[in-house]
Ligand binder design. Structure first.
Ligand SMILES: Nc1ncnc2c1ncn2[C@@H]1O[C@H](COP(=O)(O)OP(=O)(O)OP(=O)(O)O)[C@@H](O)[C@H]1O
Length: 291
């Protein structure tokens, strides 16, 4: 069942066309929104969270029209913005009480029940009475998720939630999200493929304000079928290869460089055809080199 439907969405900032004719169908669970810097991910999230008006299109969230039923939509959603800053002098628990009041949870007992449940859900109980200024980046992000979940939303948007986290914090954060995805519709925007690879079933790839792909993560990899090659050249040729090909990765071995590239034809007579990964599929879609 689709919980979020977007049809013909357009958004322009003065002279910048940020989103062009976006069509997306999103169901329950975790949905990945992938795209390079400037693709339009934050713009889309701001529109869905009713912060930003749009020029044209139809958006429904759990059956409510974003344009006509803004208040109803706001009651359904939780949002973790890209640059989330909680007041540093508050403790984690104090901040959640404060955020709960702002969300209109007036009954103190009800607010307290939600705050305690969410602290547990994001594994912050042992740190709940520490000042936020002492939190690590990962703890602050998990607090951000907890505030997004206050008020029992059904639809949660997380904008680049793992940016700047170290690997162990990223894994802990990912586990929290995966657990939540069983009960909520979650959109996770990122340009880090591995955030999505392990946990999302469906993804959309956005570039220059357009949806270039939407479907399963497995099918995204298949977009690069027969287009992924590895080959070895002397290290001295590095600059030439970089100019001539769309490089996915490269590594140095002794005096040679080994390149993984996306191309419709073999980039050299000795190039080996490789099985595509999701990252390969993403690079193929972004660069318009699909099979
Ligand atoms: N307030 C604004 N005024 C004018 N142009 C804007 C504004 N906000 C975003 N843009 C432009 O709209 C386009 C989409 O930006 P957006 O921030 O939505 O992309 P993004 O995919 O979230 O990128 P990032 O990963 O860097 O946050 C970009 O060209 C950006 O420069």
């Amino acid at each position: 069942m689709n919980t979020v439907t977007i049809a013909g969405l357009h958004k322009t900032y003065r002279s910048t066309q940020a989103l062009t004719d976006i069509h997306l169908e999103i169901g329950t669970g975790l949905f990945g929104l992938l795209g390079p810097n400037g693709a339009g991910k934050t713009t889309l999230m701001k529109i869905l969270s009713t912060i930003l008006p749009y020029d044209d299109g139809e958006v429904t969230i759990y059956g409510a029209d974003l344009n006509k039923e803004g208040d109803k939509v706001r009651g359904l959603l939780g949002y973790l913005p890209q640059h989330f800053h909680a007041p540093q002098q508050f403790t984690g628990r104090e901040f959640l009480h404060y955020a709960g009041s702002l969300k209109g949870i007036a009954n103190r007992q009800e607010r307290s029940d939600q705050v305690e449940r969410l602290l547990e859900e994001v594994n912050l109980v042992p740190h709940a009475d520490k000042k936020i200024k002492s939190f690590s980046g990962g703890m602050a992000r998990r607090l951000g998720i907890a505030q997004a979940l206050l008020g029992n939303p059904k639809f949660i948007m997380l904008d680049e939630p793992t940016a700047g986290l170290d690997p162990s914090e990223r894994i802990r954060f990912r586990n929290v999200i995966e657990r939540l995805s069983k009960d909520y519709t979650i959109i996770l925007s990122t340009h880090i493929i591995s955030d999505i690879e392990s946990s999302c079933e469906r993804v959309a790839v956005l570039n220059n304000g357009q949806v270039l792909y939407q479907g399963t993560t497995g099918d995204l990899a298949q977009q690069a079928l027969h287009c992924i090659w590895e080959f070895q050249v002397p290290y001295a040729d590095y600059d030439r290869i970089e100019k001539e090909h769309v490089i996915i990765s490269s590594r140095r071995e002794m005096n040679d460089s080994i390149f993984r590239v996306v191309a419709r034809r073999p980039p050299s007579p000795h190039a080996a055809a490789m099985q595509p990964t999701m990252e390969d599929g993403y690079m193929a879609v972004i660069n318009g080199v699909t099979s």
